[in-house]
Design a protein around this ligand. Structure first.
Ligand code: CTP
Ligand code: MG
Length: 161
């Protein structure tokens, strides 16, 4: 029973590996020109903000797609990666509209934006088992906080979340 659940959870994490890689690489390789080219929205605030960069977005999509290719499914790897970055950018868009500065923490939105984006885009080519979705929604926020804390301790990230 327990072995079966753990096996299923491991399968879910393996399936989602391209999205995890796509979401991690921008923090390491990102920076430089913002994806929104410093444009403002009609509310006068940044469209996305300086936390969403061209280099980070490309690095995430490229890295995640390579992982998908190594797993034997380039298209799925690309969709999981592009979806992850799109979800992250969408959450930055909403954060700016709500008046949150770049980097301001919004619990759960910050950790789950890329999960939702990746699953939505991937679901256009594969049907995603419900138990995978549940595992990813529960495991990701915990793992995300752990990884960000590690990034902060290694001085890769400016804030521990
Ligand atoms: N990053 C990037 N390009 C992306 C996403 C992230 O370069 N498409 C980099 C940026 O350096 C960003 C860091 O990864 O600061 C962490 O990403 P994230 O937490 O999503 O951005 P925040 O800085 O917290 O900004 P926001 O408030 O918009 O979430
Ligand atoms: Mg953030």
């Amino acid at each position: 029973m327990l072995a079966g659940i753990l096996e299923r959870a491991a399968a879910a994490l393996y399936f989602f590996l391209p999205a995890y890689v796509a979401n991690t690489l921008p923090g390491i390789f990102g920076g430089g020109t913002p994806l929104d080219m410093n444009r403002k929205f009609i509310d006068g605030r940044p469209l996305l903000g300086k936390g969403v960069t061209v280099r980070g977005t490309l690095a995430g999509i490229a890295g995640g797609t390579v992982v998908g290719a190594l797993q034997g499914n380039v298209v799925l790897g690309f969709l999981l990666s592009a979806g992850a970055l799109a979800g992250d950018a969408a959450s930055s868009f909403f954060k700016r509209r709500l008046g949150f500065e770049r980097g301001a923490p919004v619990p759960l939105l910050d950790q789950l934006n890329f999960v939702v984006g990746a699953l939505l885009l991937a679901s256009t080519v594969v049907s995603i088992p419900l138990d995978y979705v549940l595992v990813l929604l529960v495991v990701t926020p915990v793992g995300h906080l752990a990884v960000n804390r590690l990034g902060y301790l290694l001085k890769i990230k400016d804030v521990p979340w």
